[in-house]
Structure formats: structure tokens, C-alpha cells
Design a protein. Structure first.
Length: 441
């Protein structure tokens, strides 16, 4: 009691007077008023009052707004990342669909010439794809990643710049130079080696497919350079997250192809040579449009092209060549086996292959979106966002594959007669397509 009494300022021996009691009451009331005032005016509060009066409120805030867990998995919903994926993937899907749809149109026109001609085109297209895509697909993917990375770094350095001059990106120039060289080499190899390539496919000299297949392949070889250059340009646009410009270019070229097909094949009577010529003309138009639009924003042939950068393309592309070989060899082997069984089996196989490729290539649009977004997020150090991109692409991919498989399974039979009127060819095509539809999931 002595300690308590001394803390209030009176003697521990004598009892407090009325005056001291009055002071004690006044001091207590003042303390209470200060506490209330501090709660309503936090700017004037003292540290002691803040600690005592705010402690329950802080505890309540901790309960209501917990700190984010760094190991928390991203929300499986579509959200902002999903919308960004779809904004890139949808135009890319339309651009990717345009080319195989045009191939389907070619197949439909050639199929009405005859089963042997349809089979010959199938063999030639398989050989052309084996030679061209072996290098084209790696170049496209590597260009997309390098340009996206270089663009993200340049954007980080030039945030405060207001200049609107053309960008100087060595990755774009390097890819275009490599594309031109690869395209010319492919054209020479396909044109001069058409006879050897038919032997590799085990097409005998007396087969009705042999002569038209070689003829078609020689003409298609002239389209190799614009195809590779156009793919390099598309890779640059994808690196900029621009999949709309390639869509316009591809649609324009394929519309021209669809218009020229009946004119050159039937009206002028060129047959499958007319189909090849229509395709080559459309490929040059696509390459011209892409280079024209790319030149508006980027210096196409930059003096900053470095041998080291080219080596990076070759190194990264070399790894992708192995993947491309693993994908193309089974298709080429299946085509060779079908061709050895005769024109009817080969014609049915060609319809199956073109339809399946037209549908399955739509899923590549998701890979394009993921590749562009991941290259950007990793170069900026946004690893959490990169993980969310991966989750989003996997979810959308599963849904897309399942939906495409169902559509192909249900709709192929009613539309199969558009490709040919041969009942035997249609029977083979129907059985093969039903099996292929399951591979889309």
C-alpha cells in the first residue's frame, strides 16, 4: 500500500486529504479524456496510449487481412493471365487454321481430279514438310523467344523515351538472314532431289503416283524461300505479342490460293501443277505483307548482326530439330507405308492427315501464347506470373483438346464427301479420322 500511495504523491503514513482526493479525481478524468481524444485523433496520440488503445484493432486487422503466402498456388480460374493468353492465342489460332484450311481446299480440288493425283499430292506434301519443317519450326520458335526477350529488355531501358523511330533488334535481322539462306537451300534440295526423295518414300517408277508427285514437288520447291522468311517474320511479330498482323497476312494469301486453285486446276487445265502454282504464289504474297508491315517498326537488316547471335540461333534450334524429327518421322513413315499399298490407301491417308493437322494445329496457338508470355516474364524476373501462365495454359489446353476431339469425331463423316466421291477412299479416311480424334486430348 505504501508503494501505491507514494505513486499518487502522498505520504505512506498519513491518510490523504480531501484536496489530494480531489486532485486524484481530476487527474483520472483528464487521463480518460485524453485516451478518448487520442482514439478519435490518431495524429496527437502518445506512444503509450497508441500501444494500449490500438492493440485490439491490430489483432483484428491481422485476422481479416492475412499476409500473402509466398507458396500459395495461383488461382485456377482464367483471370487476367487467362485473358492475356487468349488475346494472343485466338488470333494465332486463326492464323494457324488458315493454312491447313487452305490445304484442305487444295485436297478437295485435287481429290476431284482423281485418287492417283490426290495420293501423289499427299506424298509430295509429306516430303516437302519433312525437309522444310525440319528447320522452319525451330527457327520460328527460337525467333519468337529471342525477339520477346530482346523486346522486353529494350522496353525496360526505354521507358522514358518518346522517340518513334524504328527499333534496331539484332534478333530480327539475324533470323531473317538465316531464313533466307535456309529457304534457298531447301528449294535447291527439293528441286534437284525430287527423284531421290521419291525413292526414299518407296514409290516405284511404274506407280501412277510417281510422275505427278515429282512434278508437284518440283513446283512447290520454289515456295520454300518465302515460307521460311514468312515464318521468321511471324516469329518476330509473336515476340512482340502481335498475332493479329500475321493473321491478316496469312488470310490474304490463303484467300488468293483458294481463288487461284479452281482457275489454274480446272479452267486453265493445269491439274495438280496448277494447285502447286497457286500455293507458291500465295506464299510469296504472305511473305511480302509480313516484311512490309515489319519494316514499319523494325530495321530489317541491321548492321548489328553478330556471329555470336547466329550461333545462339543454331544452338537453340539444334535442340528443337531433334523434337521436330521425332514429330515428323512417324508421319513420313506412315505416308510411305500408305503409298506402298496403292493410290486408294494413300488418298485416304492424305485426307485423314490434312483434316487432323488442320484441327490439331489450333492447339499450337496456346504454345505460341505461352512461349511469348514466358519469355517476357522470365526476362523481367516475374517468376510468380510465369507460374500462373503455365497453370493457365495447361487448363485451357486440356479444355481445347477435348473440345476439338469431340468436334472432329462428330462432324467428319457428314463432310467427308467434300474431299472425294470414291467410296473406298472415304471408308479408309473415316476409320483413320475416328482413331486420330482421340490423340487431340
Amino acid at each position: 500500500m505504501a508503494a501505491v500511495a507514494s505513486s499518487f504523491g502522498f505520504s505512506p503514513i498519513r491518510s490523504p486529504s480531501l484536496f489530494q482526493l480531489h486532485n486524484l479525481s481530476v487527474n483520472s478524468n483528464s487521463s480518460i479524456r485524453r485516451t478518448i481524444a487520442c482514439k478519435s485523433s490518431p495524429r496527437d496520440e502518445s506512444p503509450a496510449v497508441t500501444a494500449s488503445s490500438r492493440r485490439p484493432e491490430k489483432q483484428q486487422n491481422l485476422v481479416e487481412s492475412p499476409k500473402p503466402d509466398p507458396d500459395h498456388k495461383p488461382d485456377p480460374g482464367i483471370g487476367k493471365i487467362g485473358m492475356e493468353i487468349m488475346s494472343i492465342a485466338l488470333p494465332a489460332a486463326l492464323a494457324l487454321a488458315a493454312d491447313p484450311i487452305t490445304s484442305l481446299v487444295d485436297t478437295a480440288f485435287v481429290g476431284h481430279i482423281g485418287s492417283a493425283e490426290l495420293a501423289a499430292v499427299g506424298v509430295s506434301v509429306s516430303v516437302f514438310n519433312l525437309v522444310s519443317k525440319l528447320f522452319n519450326v525451330p527457327l520460328l520458335n527460337v525467333t519468337t523467344s529471342f525477339v520477346a526477350e530482346e523486346q522486353a529488355i529494350a522496353a525496360k531501358d526505354d521507358n522514358d523515351s518518346t522517340e518513334t523511330s524504328k527499333k534496331v533488334l539484332p534478333s530480327v535481322s539475324t533470323s531473317l538472314v538465316l531464313a533466307a539462306g535456309v529457304g534457298i537451300a531447301e528449294a535447291i534440295a527439293l528441286s534437284l532431289g525430287s527423284d531421290f526423295l521419291m525413292d526414299v518414300m518407296a514409290i516405284p517408277f511404274d506407280s501412277p503416283m510417281r510422275i505427278p508427285a515429282e512434278q508437284f514437288l518440283r513446283l512447290r520447291a520454289y515456295g520454300a524461300p518465302p515460307i521460311v522468311v514468312a515464318l521468321a517474320a511471324q516469329g518476330a511479330f509473336r515476340g512482340f505479342k502481335d498475332t493479329t498482323t500475321p493473321l491478316y497476312a496469312v488470310v490474304a494469301g490463303n484467300v488468293l490460293n483458294a481463288v487461284l486453285d479452281p482457275i489454274l486446276i480446272f479452267v486453265l487445265g493445269f491439274g495438280i501443277s496448277g494447285a502447286a502454282a497457286a500455293t507458291v504464289i500465295s506464299e510469296y504474297l504472305i511473305a511480302f505483307i509480313l516484311l512490309w508491315k515489319l519494316n514499319e517498326n523494325v530495321v530489317l537488316l541491321s548492321p548489328q548482326i553478330k556471329v555470336g547471335r547466329a550461333n545462339q540461333y543454331l544452338k537453340s534450334g539444334g535442340l528443337l530439330i531433334g523434337r521436330t524429327v521425332a514429330l515428323l518421322v512417324p508421319f513420313t513413315l506412315a505416308t510411305s507405308l500408305a503409298a506402298q499399298n496403292g493410290p486408294t490407301q494413300m488418298a485416304g491417308h492424305q485426307i485423314v492427315l490434312e483434316v487432323w493437322l488442320a484441327v490439331s494445329l489450333l492447339t499450337d496457338a496456346l504454345a505460341i501464347a505461352a512461349q511469348s508470355l514466358l519469355a517476357t516474364t522470365f526476362s523481367q524476373g516475374e517468376y510468380k506470373q510465369a507460374r500462373e501462365v503455365i497453370f493457365g495454359v495447361l487448363q485451357v489446353g486440356l479444355a481445347t483438346g477435348t473440345g476439338l476431339a469431340a468436334v472432329l469425331f462428330i462432324t467428319f463423316e457428314p463432310f467427308s464427301s467434300l474431299f472425294t466421291t470414291d467410296s473406298e477412299v472415304l471408308k479408309i479416311a473415316l476409320s483413320g479420322t475416328l482413331v486420330r480424334s482421340y490423340l487431340l486430348i
